[in-house]
Ligand binder design. Structure first.
Ligand SMILES: Cc1cc2nc3c(=O)[nH]c(=O)nc-3n(C[C@H](O)[C@H](O)[C@H](O)COP(=O)(O)O)c2cc1C
Ligand code: SF4
Length: 552
C-alpha cells in the first residue's frame, strides 16, 4: 500500500510535491474543502490525504487556533524561563492562544517563543508590543567560533557566488571516482546520528542503476540543545548547497530537496534566497557552467514532527504519506524517495564534505581517528559562560571542551544531556573523563550524536527530567510499532503520578518497560529514549529513592 502511494506521488514528483500540497491546503482552510481535489489529482483516496494531514502538529485545527508558541525543549525547560514567559504571552494574547513547540533552536539564550511565523528569544519578550504590532525588532545572534587548526565548517572560503563558481567549475569537471576517494580517505562519517561513512553512501548510490536519483539534505534538526544545522543553514548556506550539488554530480542525480523544519523560519529564508541566487547565476539548473550536468534544488518545509528527522519517515513525509518509519532494508541508497536511489545526508555532513573537497581529505583525516575524524560542531546552552556554536577537533578532551571552550558554568550543574533527547545523561565528572569521540561516548554508555549539550542544573529534579523524556517520546512517537507507541505512554503515566505524588514508581516494572522498548522498538526514537533514563537511574537513583518502590 505505501509503495503504491510512493509511486503515485512520484508521478507528479518534487516540483508539486504532495506534502506541500497537503500542508498548503491545511494551513489555508478552516474545513475539509480541497481534500477531494488533491485526492483526485494524485489518484488517491480521500482517507490517504486526510491520514497524512492529521499526522502533523502544525496542521491540526487546535494548533492553528493558537497565536504564540512557547519552546518546550529541554534547554528552555531546565532554564526555568518558560512558565513566566507563557504567563506574559497569555496575558497579552489570551489564555487559549498560547501553545507549545518542541525546541526552536535558541538554547543559548532561552525564553524562546514563536509568534506569527518568526522566532524570538532572550530579551525579545520585553518588546512584545512591537512584535504584536508587526514591527521588526533587533535580535541577538548566536556566537560562533572555530577552535580547529583547519576550519572545514566555519571558514569563509565559500561565502560568495564568485568563490562558488570557481570551486564548482573545478569539481564538476573532475572524475567522480576521485571525489568519492577524497571522501573515503577523509574518514567523514555521517553527522546525523547513525555515523555511516559519507563516501561509502555516495558510492553505493552512484552504483545503483536508475534513470532518476535524488539527494536529500536532512535539515530537520529537532534535537533539543542543537542549533548547529541552523548555524550552517543561516551562516554557511553555500557550503550546504555545494555539498548537495556535488553529491548530485557524483551519484548521477539531477534533483535534490532540503527538508527544513518549520520551526526554523530564518533557515528557510536563507536557503531559499541562496537557491534563487544560484539559479540566477546559472549555478543551478540545466547544463551548469556549460557542462552536461544539470541539477535543481527544492525545499520542503516540515510541519512539526520530530520523527521526520528519521530518514525513512522523512521520505514518507515528502511523498505525502503519514510520516511513519519504514523497515530497512531496503535502504534509501537503493530505494529512497519515490522508490528511487537516494542519498540522505545531514546538513553538517554535506557542509563537511564541501570543506573536505576545498581543504583536502588528508587535513580532515589527520584530526581524531578513523571512526571519529575531522571537526565537529558543538553547541553550548545558556548555562555555559560561553554559550554558542563552536567547531572543535574530534578527540579534544571533554574537560577542555566544557571548561575552556565552553568557559565552564554560570551556576552549579549536575549532569549534561549530550546528543539530544535520545542521547545520554552524563554526570559532569563522567563527561570530563571522555574525549570528543563517537566511539568513546558509546563505549561509556552514552551517545555523542549531534554534540548538542543541555545542562541539567543541580536543583532540577531528575523525576521531572525523566517525565520530560517520556512525554517527548509519547508526543513524538510515530505510532508505527507497539513497544514505542504504548511504552512511551506507560512511562509517561508512571512519571505523571510520581510528579503529582499520587503514586510511587514501581522500579521493577519501569526496568522491564525500558528493556522492552530498547529491544523491541523499530527505530531509535522510542528505542533509544530508555538510554538517558537508564543513565539517570544509574547515576542519580539515590536522588529519586523516595519516589520509587523496589518490588512491585
Ligand atoms: C528519531 C530519529 C531522528 C533523527 N533526526 C535526525 C535529524 O534531525 N537530522 C539528521 O540529519 N538525522 C536525523 N536522524 C538520522 C537519520 O535517520 C539519518 O541517519 C541521517 O539523516 C543520515 O545522514 P548522515 O549519514 O549524513 O548522518 C534521526 C534518526 C532517528 C532515529
Ligand atoms: S520506535 Fe516510536 S517512532 Fe520509532 S517506529 Fe516505533 S513508534 Fe514509531
Amino acid at each position: 500500500m505505501s509503495k503504491n502511494i510512493s509511486n503515485l506521488s512520484g508521478r507528479i514528483g518534487l516540483k508539486k510535491n504532495l506534502f506541500e500540497k497537503i500542508s498548503e491546503r491545511s494551513l489555508n482552510s478552516k474545513d475539509s474543502s480541497g481534500i477531494k481535489e488533491i485526492a483526485n489529482e494524485y489518484h488517491m483516496g480521500v482517507s490517504t490525504i486526510h491520514g497524512a494531514e492529521s499526522f502533523y502538529e502544525f496542521l491540526r485545527p487546535s494548533h492553528r487556533a493558537k497565536k504564540a508558541f512557547v519552546c518546550n525543549g529541554s534547554a528552555c525547560m531546565c532554564s526555568g524561563t518558560q512558565e513566566p514567559l507563557k504567563k506574559k504571552l497569555k496575558e497579552k494574547l489570551g489564555n487559549d492562544k498560547v501553545g507549545e513547540m518542541f525546541c526552536l533552536g535558541h538554547c543559548y539564550e532561552n525564553k524562546a517563543f514563536h509568534y506569527d511565523g518568526e522566532n524570538y528569544a532572550g530579551n525579545d519578550i520585553d518588546k512584545i508590543d512591537e512584535i504584536i504590532k508587526g514591527e521588526k525588532i533587533e535580535q541577538e545572534k548566536f556566537f560562533s567560533k572555530s577552535f580547529a587548526s583547519t576550519s572545514f565548517l566555519m571558514d569563509d572560503k565559500l561565502s560568495n557566488l564568485d568563490q562558488f563558481k570557481d570551486i564548482l567549475s573545478k569539481f564538476i569537471n573532475m572524475d567522480k571516482q576521485e571525489i568519492i576517494k577524497s571522501l573515503l580517505d577523509s574518514n567523514l562519517t555521517g553527522r546525523g546520528g547513525a555515523g555511516f561513512p559519507a563516501g561509502m553512501k555516495w558510492d553505493f548510490c552512484r552504483k545503483a542503476e536508475s534513470e532518476k536519483k535524488y539527494v536529500i539534505c536532512n535539515a530537520d534538526e529537532g534535537d533539543s540543545g542543537a542549533f548547529s544545522d541552523r548555524y550552517l543553514l543561516e551562516d554557511q548556506p553555500l557550503k550546504v548547497l555545494f555539498g548537495m550539488i556535488i553529491c548530485g554530480y557524483v551519484i548521477g542525480s539531477d534533483e535534490g530537496v532540503l527538508y527544513i523544519r518549520g520551526e526554523y523560519p530564518k533557515s528557510i529564508e536563507a536557503i531559499n534566497g541562496c537557491i534563487n541566487s544560484l539559479k540566477k547565476e546559472g549555478l543551478l539548473g540545466k547544463n551548469i557552467l556549460g557542462t552536461s550536468f544539470s541539477f535543481d534544488l527544492n525545499i520542503c518545509i516540515g510541519q512539526g514532527a520530530y520523527i521526520c528527522g528519521e530518514e525513512t519517515a522523512l521520505i514518507a513525509s515528502i511523498e505525502g504519506r503519514r510520516a511513519e518509519v519504514d523497515v530497512r532494508p531496503p535502504f534509501p541508497v537503493t530505494e529512497g524517495l519515490y522508490k528511487k536511489p537516494t542519498v540522505v545526508n545531514n546538513v553538517e555532513t554535506l557542509a563537511a564534505a564541501t570543506g573536505i573537497l576545498i581543504n583536502g581529505s588528508e587535513k580532515f583525516s589527520a584530526i581524531g581517528n578513523k571512526k571519529s575524524a575531522g571537526t565537529k560542531l558543538v553547541c553550548f546552552d545558556s548555562f555555559f559562560n560561553n554559550p554558542g556554536v563552536y567547531e572543535v577537533e574530534m578527540g579534544t578532551p571533554m574537560k577542555k571542551v566544557l571548561n575552556d571552550i565552553g568557559g565552564g558554568f554560570k551556576e552549579p550543574v549536575k549532569a549534561l544531556q549530550i546528543g539530544g533527547p535520545l542521547g545520554g545523561v552524563i554526570p559532569i565528572e563522567e563527561a570530563e573523563k571522555l574525549n570528543l569521540d563517537f566511539q568513546e561516548f558509546t563505549d561509556a554508555g552514552f551517545m555523542l550524536g549531534h554534540a548538542s549539550i543541555v545542562s541539567i542544573p543541580k536543583d532540577f529534579p531528575m523525576v521531572e527530567y525523566i517525565h520530560h523524556l517520556f512525554e517527548f517520546s509519547a508526543e513524538e512517537s510515530c505510532g508505527k510499532c507497539f513497544p514505542g507507541r504504548l511504552g512511551s505512554y506507560r512511562g509517561k503515566e508512571m512519571f505523571d503520578q510520581a510528579k503529582n505524588k499520587t503514586a510511587k514508581i514501581p522500579l521493577k516494572l519501569l526496568n522491564e518497560l525500558l528493556v522492552t522498548m530498547k529491544k523491541g522498538c523499530l527505530c531509535a526514537l522510542c528505542g533509544a529514549i530508555p538510554s538517558p533514563i537508564m543513565n539517570i537511574l544509574k547515576y542519580f537513583g539515590d536522588e529519586m529513592k523516595d519516589d520509587m518502590v523496589k518490588d512491585n
